[in-house]
Design a protein around this ligand. Structure first.
Ligand SMILES: O=C(O)C(=O)C[C@]1(C(=O)O)C=C[C@@H](O)C=C1
Length: 363
């Protein structure tokens, strides 16, 4: 058979694969409906493992790499979770026509939140000088117009959020108010002012970017600012999703975030800066990419694409970032000294320390 004929056969196989994926999605949507009816959680880790084990078995029988089959199936399961979650958010319609104002709703995270609330049946209004792409009702300035919304979400950069929350404390809106800030210390005074003014305020931090379409396995931190009911109302917004909510206080949040965001961003920014300073073209390096380099480069590219002003806020406005960056600096110096001095023991003990910390046995 010649290549055009073989390609025609492949085209047919691809068509069948897509048709089967669509059939799978249809069944998955039905399972989602049934789970909603019986109040069962959407995600079933045990079943996912069973599905992956099954396809690995089928792959072995068919003589193909089990990990190829498992990888394909993992993509399909992710698609299932997205579909079931989106259907459920719509079906439960928690918003029920209640009104929400998203301040900064044309920004990337603000726009994500506005769409998320809209999907839940909220009547969304955006306050932003920049036009919103989704066609929500809009005002340019948040403080020009009524604030009688059931929910006010402050989704602006941190310094503006601190100002807006403080101004909201003076205006005392009747609804629930929360911010989405990545760092909470700069908001401490404003959040306290809201509490003192009797505003139903809380603070949340969704630990995912605006491109997230499924919340499975994603975390949302909830911070109690003295009003449990406000915190529970914020938590309820995620009840129809598979996101995992975690409660912590404001200080613990910033301590942990200095490592989770601050340190991981810093490592990637430094990694890319070192590559850029090497004088070797990135395309040349990609051509000889190793497993570790490829994975690291993928993360570094994601970081490089992010908003540098937001990333600067995350580095500079969190008091806990100083110790985290100092620890990074010290680790690099220890590594450098070990390599320069030919000190294998100290190099090995640095790696051993990491292995113990991560409970990762040596391969
Ligand atoms: O079997 C289910 O309960 C499903 O919802 C289907 C499915 C899948 O795609 O196979 C999707 C999500 C669950 O976490 C487990 C499995």
């Amino acid at each position: 058979m010649d290549i055009p004929e073989l390609r025609a056969q492949l085209d047919q196989v691809d068509k069948d694969l897509v048709r089967l994926a669509a059939e799978r999605q249809r069944i998955v949507a039905e399972i989602g409906r049934s789970k909603r009816g019986s109040g069962r959680p959407l995600r079933d880790f045990r079943r996912e493992k069973e599905v992956l084990d099954n396809v690995r078995g089928h792959a072995r029988e068919a003589g193909i790499d089990p990990e190829l089959a498992a990888g394909l199936m993992q993509l399909l399961i992710n698609a299932s979770l997205t579909r079931q979650e989106q259907d459920t958010v719509r079906a439960l319609s928690q918003g029920g026509g209640r009104r929400a104002l998203v301040i900064g709703g044309s920004g990337r995270m603000g726009a994500w939140f506005a769409r998320f609330l809209d999907a839940q049946g909220f009547q969304v209004e955006v306050a932003d000088p920049v036009a919103n792409a989704a066609g929500f009702a809009q005002r340019e300035r948040w403080d020009e117009g009524g604030l009688e919304h059931d929910l006010i979400v402050v989704a602006t950069p941190l310094r503006a959020a601190a100002r807006i929350l403080a101004a909201l404390a003076e205006k005392r809106p009747p609804g629930i108010v929360f911010d989405l800030g990545s760092i909470k210390t700069p908001l401490r005074g404003s959040l306290a002012a809201l509490k003192a003014a009797g505003v139903r305020a809380t603070s949340i931090h969704p630990l995912f970017g605006p491109s997230a379409n499924v919340l499975a396995g994603r975390h949302v931190v909830l911070i109690d600012c003295g009003d449990r009911a406000a915190l529970e109302a914020a938590r309820a917004l995620f009840a129809s999703t598979t996101a995992i909510t975690v409660e912590m206080d404001l200080d613990e949040h910033d301590r942990v975030i200095a490592l989770v965001l601050g340190l991981s961003h810093a490592v990637n920014i430094a990694f890319t800066a070192a590559l850029a300073g090497s004088g070797v073209d990135s395309e040349r390096l990609k051509a000889v990419s190793s497993t570790t380099f490829g994975a690291q480069l993928g993360i570094a590219e994601g970081v490089a694409r992010e908003n540098p002003h937001l990333y600067f806020e995350i580095q500079s406005l969190n008091a806990h970032n100083g110790p985290a960056l100092t620890a990074l600096d010290e680790a690099v110096h220890t590594l450098l000294a070990a390599v320069r001095n030919g000190d294998e023991d100290s190099f090995v003990s640095l790696m051993q320390q990491g292995r113990d910390y991560l409970h990762a046995p040596q391969e």
